[in-house]
Structure formats: structure tokens, C-alpha cells
Ligand binder design. Sequence first.
Ligand SMILES: NC(=O)c1ccc[n+]([C@@H]2O[C@H](COP(=O)([O-])OP(=O)(O)OC[C@H]3O[C@@H](n4cnc5c(N)ncnc54)[C@H](O)[C@@H]3O)[C@@H](O)[C@H]2O)c1
Length: 321
Amino acid sequence: MNILVTGGAGFIGSRLIERLLRHEHAQITCLDNYNDYYSPHLKRENVQAFAGNARVRMIEGSFTDAAAMRALFQTNKIEYVVHLGGYAGVRYSVENPFPYEQHNVGGTLALLEAARYEPVRRFLLASSSTVYGRNAVAPFQEDAFLGTPLSPYGVSKRAAELMCLTYLDLFRVPVVCIRPFSIYGPRLRPDLALTIFAQAILDGRPLPLFGDGSIRRDFTYVDDFCDGLEAALTADGVVGEAINLGHDEPVSIREVIAALERALGRTAAIERLPERPGEMPVTHADLTKARRLLGYSPATSFEDGVARFCEWFVRRAQSIT
Ligand SMILES: NC(=O)c1ccc[n+]([C@@H]2O[C@H](COP(=O)([O-])OP(=O)(O)OC[C@H]3O[C@@H](n4cnc5c(N)ncnc54)[C@H](O)[C@@H]3O)[C@@H](O)[C@H]2O)c1
């Protein structure tokens, strides 16, 4: 199995590569441009687990370069693509929308073009739960009314999905659009609430809480999510589908803080800030399709997942002081 993982140095990509290496016939190409959306140093740390592995080809470059992607597919005889690379911040996209169009839409197009001329067995797109907009009804069903996304990030993922479906239609690129819901775990990105809260609690600083903490997110542990991705690489009947990968148990931000307090053994100080406009009150994945097509069954409780995240977070914090 020759697998290209884009965004392989990121939070999810690096974890997926570690797990794919458990399959002895897996040959991985890890592509990342180590951009500075967050510290490239963290991304270099992420790849340490496999960078020296003979079955992993490490490539530093951008998938927005269509000619380079076509050459890469040809030279490395890519059979499977897991396209996790991209700009991932929802909030940042509201202030700086251009990289989202360039990397998430344009970059996906460049990869699809490569797959058009160098056919692959499967092309998984990491889309997002943010394709569901304000008028979508929770729990979100993939094929129900999506509404208008609330951020340029959500739009970029919806556009990437549509581009994938058009490339399936026109050129038989075997795409699957995976919609992740608030993935968390060790190596979590520094821009996400769990990381920001955990750091504030460890530092004894007040953590910023926007609104009353009642909004709920369908937090999904990274290994459960990777189980779903791996299943989607080979499952029958999934090409052309959009599939939610969530946990089906939304947790409020207040509950997140309480779980972190328990896992870290400290009490959080809270700085209340005004509610931010444009937040979905709840994200909640309907998993009927994922269960049926992928045998997906997220097994990690939020309490256990937060404990594992905190264990990693504290160990890392100690190693750098
Ligand atoms: N983490 C979540 O909760 C979540 C939720 C929904 C969707 N997603 C999607 O899943 C994917 C992975 O998310 P993550 O949290 O691991 O993010 P991440 O930022 O840690 O990883 C993305 C990686 O893509 C790389 N990248 C960006 N543009 C690139 C380009 N042009 N060429 C090569 N590499 C490039 C970045 O350097 C980064 O290492 C993203 O596409 C994200 O939008 C994540």
C-alpha cells in the first residue's frame, strides 16, 4: 500500500502515520510544508516518531504546486491519498481568509489534478463539521440541508468537497469526504481551546471563557477518528459519500473545563468574556452512515481522552522547562 498523507507533520496526520506503520506493507509519503500557522518546531517534533523509518518518505513542500504533485504521484506510485493538509483554524479564517482559499481549495484541486492523470485507489478529503451552517439541524446528517457555513474555513471545506465530487464525476477520482468533529488528543494544535485552557490552568492564569460556556462540541478522540479514516481507505460503498466522524455526545465548554480540572488536579480561574458572534451553539454528528459503511464506533470516553491529552501535555511541558 503506497499512501500519501498530506499534512503529515500536523496533529492528526502525524498520529495517522504512526498508526498506518502498524500495517507491515504500508509505504508512506509524508508531505508537509511546515507552515507557520502554528510553530513549525512543534510539527518537527511531531514527525520525530517516524522521520527515520525506512518505510516513510519525508517530503517538505506545498501541495498547491500542481506540477510537483503530479511528479510526486508518478515517482512515488501513490495508490491512496489521505488529504489532511490545510489551514485548520476557524477563527483565523474570519480575519485572514485568503490562505484558506489558496491551500484548502486550490491545494485540493492540485492534488485532484494529480490523481486525474495518475489514478489512485482512494482519495480521502479531510473536510470539516464546519460545512454545517446555522440552519442545519443537529444531530447533523450528511445528506440533509447543510445551511451556509459560518466561516471562510467552512466554505473552503465545502468547496473542496464539491471539487472532489466533480472530479469523481468527470474523471472517476475515487473520493470520500470525511467530516471530522473537534478532534483532540496528544499533539493537539496550540490554537484550540483544550490546549489554551490546559496551559492557563498549568500556569495558574485565568482562562478565557467566551459567553456562559454552554455551547457544546462533539469532541472526538484522535485514535477513534483514525480508526474511521483507516476504514474509509478500503471500505466498499463509500466512494462519493460524505461521512461524519464524530463522537455523538456533545460536551459543553463548562464540562470541558471541569474535565481538565480533574485530569490536571488543579482548579481553573476563569475570565468571562463576551460571547463571540458566529459560534454554532452545538455541533453533533449523526453517525448512522459511519457506523453502517465503516463499522465506526468511537470507543474513547471524553473523560479518558482528556486524561490522555493532559498526560501528554504535562509531560511535554516538563520536558521543555
Ligand atoms: N483538528 C480538528 O478538530 C479538525 C476538525 C475538522 C477538520 N479538521 C481538518 O483535518 C485536517 C488536519 O487537522 P489538524 O488539526 O491535524 O491540523 P494541523 O494544522 O495540525 O495539520 C495540517 C498540516 O497541513 C500542513 N499544510 C498546510 N498547508 C499545506 C500545504 N499547502 N502543503 C503542505 N502542507 C500543508 C500544515 O503545515 C500542517 O502541518 C485539516 O485539514 C483540518 O482542516 C481538523
